[in-house]
Design a protein around this ligand. Sequence first.
Ligand code: ADP
Ligand code: MG
Length: 386
Amino acid sequence: MNRAAIVARGLHKSFKGAKGGTQEVLRGIDFEVGQGEVFALLGSNGAGKTTAIRILATLIAADGGTAEVCGFDVARQGRKVRECISLTGQFAAVDDILTGRENLIMMGKLRHIPDPRGEAERQLATFGLTEAADKPLSQYSGGMKRRLDLAMSMIGSPQVVFLDEPTTGLDPQGRQSVWEVVRTMARSGVTVFLTTQYLEEADSLADRIAVLDGGRIAASGSATQLKSLAPPPKLELSFLEEAEMARALKALAGYDAQACGLSLLVSTDGSVRQAAEVLAALESARIAATFAQRPPTLEEAFLFIIGAGSKTDRSPGTGMIDEDPDNGYADGDSDSSYTGENPEFECTDENLEIECTGEDPDSSYTEGDPDNGYAGRSLTHEGALR
Ligand SMILES: Nc1ncnc2c1ncn2[C@@H]1O[C@H](COP(=O)(O)OP(=O)(O)O)[C@@H](O)[C@H]1O
Ligand SMILES: [Mg+2]
């Protein structure tokens, strides 16, 4: 990994509930994002993704832990952090009355960049919006608005871009076009920190993914590494007749095989050797069947990871795949499963408990002030963050 663009250590955040109780949203999260990386924070609704972004973007202070963005401490060097980042919230924050070009020029002026018109032109071209540049936004599709939103976030050349659920609410076509834009951003060398509830989005865009669950990072790594945490794939055998399936069940007496219609789902360790053994057993009994085995999807891995998290009260069991590529899914062990208690998995969850100063004397952000010191976007849409 290059020098880290974002480092979070033991971040804690609680909110006071309406009835006076306290909700612990982040219970000590750690991660690092390298310069130029696309990092996805994946989690269900309410997992704390936006809370994490708001801490990193200096909008709220953590209760404990530390975070650095572009090498600056978010609690003590808020202004410096804001100068190097941009933040795009969950809902498109563009002005419907203005055209695409006018929106971009307005943002360039707010950012005090030297040539707002020239920069608007460049961003329109980069994000494939030149043709639509002079249409008012009321005529843009959701995907186009989102693309413009992201183009606006690139004005001022931020080093780190935070995208909070960039494709929520978009149709598949709009989502694809936003993905393309995120890839364009990444190619330009900026660090992209995105949150998403869509597993395929993280799979498609991110160099690395962290799964936030129960206030902790339940697992992190590449999509491939996360998928390897899922239970091994099952071998699916399909039959034309029930009698044939019954014979197969006998032939596979030593295996865990579940009947499902005219199919048998046979648990294996995912190895070629075991699959070959199962097929050989069918062949030697002259049983006619077709077979298939597919790798686990990221969705299955995600559900498995968060399932494992809840089993262990979401306490320390975290699969930090980065540190441990051999993460407890033992090849050849059909009984292997991910458990939070497996010591090989444990993320060293140093609870740093460093108090953040509640007030940031360096802070120039005032809510509702469009010119709030951010290099990229103004945060006029901050209230729309969820
Ligand atoms: N300012 C706040 N005051 C009280 N509770 C909050 C506040 N911000 C977020 N929360 C709560 O924290 C939890 C996590 O919220 P959030 O970070 O927005 O989740 P996500 O972005 O993953 O959907 C939610 O239960 C939410 O209601
Ligand atoms: Mg959110």
